[in-house]
Ligand binder design. Structure first.
Ligand code: ARG
Length: 304
């Protein structure tokens, strides 16, 4: 930068602020070292969804973070839902689904679109987005290698909405070990070959448990678990598994955060070391959570 046009005081302050900026950049990069070391060779299951799936800039940032994680030796595994595309295609093709208690009843015409969009388009867009950045990802859904066995959810009144009956991780183990990033869409088949759409958070939690992941990370559209609903100043940064259970009992965690927290608790109870609920609306949320001391969301720590 040419400083000649500035007064000597301004010159000084520009130079100092440059120094400050550099020292901030250095400390940020340096803060990452223990985490890069810790996560090398470890499995990190990331549920990708929400705003981070809708906005092009955020998408690109997520793909970059995933590519970076893989490049520094961690093993990211991505689980995704459908994002806005399923609804777009349902209305494009004029398929009117029924709703029960505010939830879509997935009939077979709807399920056809869910499969096409999720497994065909959304999955391949993610795979392509990551691969373009020089990492190598492979797209699958729960049906491949019987990765996820499904059964109907509850009494089956929501049609082809399923839950996880069993995870058979054998098909992704060699991929992970060879440095590929599995990208998994949350469609799975039952014993008798009926296909179901399963909540992607649940799939992520069950896969994390089945492959002995170090971490489960849920990218959401909230800052994390809040002590007071809607007040982001009351973000709970770190809690233990037992405390998370209490938050549910005491109804501090409610609404949409309840199933997410329960899903983290299930994964932690099955041996995952930490589960994170973070804000996917923030660009590079994954890097900020994983490679800084403070993180940006809620980290729930397991027993280990
Ligand atoms: N980067 C560290 C990790 O991923 C610490 C993250 C802390 N995050 C938090 N929400 N308190 O293990």
């Amino acid at each position: 930068m040419i400083l000649n046009n500035y007064s000597s005081d301004t010159k000084k302050s520009i130079q100092t602020s440059h120094c400050d900026q550099d020292s901030i950049r250095v400390s940020v990069l340096s803060e990452a070292l223990p985490y890069i070391q810790k996560f090398s060779g470890r499995r990190i299951v990331i549920k990708y969804g929400g705003a981070a799936m809708k906005n092009e800039k955020l998408k690109e940032a997520v793909f970059r973070d995933i590519a970076l994680l893989s490049t520094v030796g961690a093993h990211p595994i991505i689980i995704h839902g459908g994002g806005p595309e399923i609804n777009q295609w349902l209305s494009k093709l004029k398929i009117n689904s029924q709703f029960r208690d505010g939830l879509r009843v997935t009939d077979s015409a709807t399920m056809d679109i869910v499969e096409m969009v999720l497994v065909g388009r959304v999955n391949k867009q993610i795979v392509n987005g990551i691969n373009k950045l020089g990492a190598s990802s492979v797209g699958l859904c729960g049906i491949d290698g019987r990765l996820i066995e499904a059964r109907p959810l509850g009494d089956g009144s929501h049609g082809l909405v399923g839950e996880v009956a069993r995870v058979n991780p054998e098909v992704i183990e060699p991929l992970i070990d060879k440095g590929y990033i599995p990208v998994i869409s949350s469609v799975a088949s039952s014993e008798v070959g009926t296909n179901y759409n399963i909540n992607a958070d649940t799939v992520a939690g069950e896969i994390a448990a089945a492959i002995g992941a170090e971490k489960l990370i849920l990218l959401t559209d909230t800052p994390g678990i809040l002590e007071k609903e809607n007040d982001s100043n009351t973000l709970i940064q770190q809690i233990r598994l037992s405390e998370a259970r209490k938050l549910i009992e005491n109804e501090i965690v409610k609404g949409g955060m309840m199933p997410k927290t329960k899903c983290c608790i299930r994964a932690l109870a099955q041996g995952v070391s930490a589960a994170h609920i973070i804000d996917g609306r923030i660009s590079h949320a994954l890097l900020l959570e994983l490679f800084t001391d403070k993180g940006i969301g809620t980290m729930i720590i397991g027993r280990g």
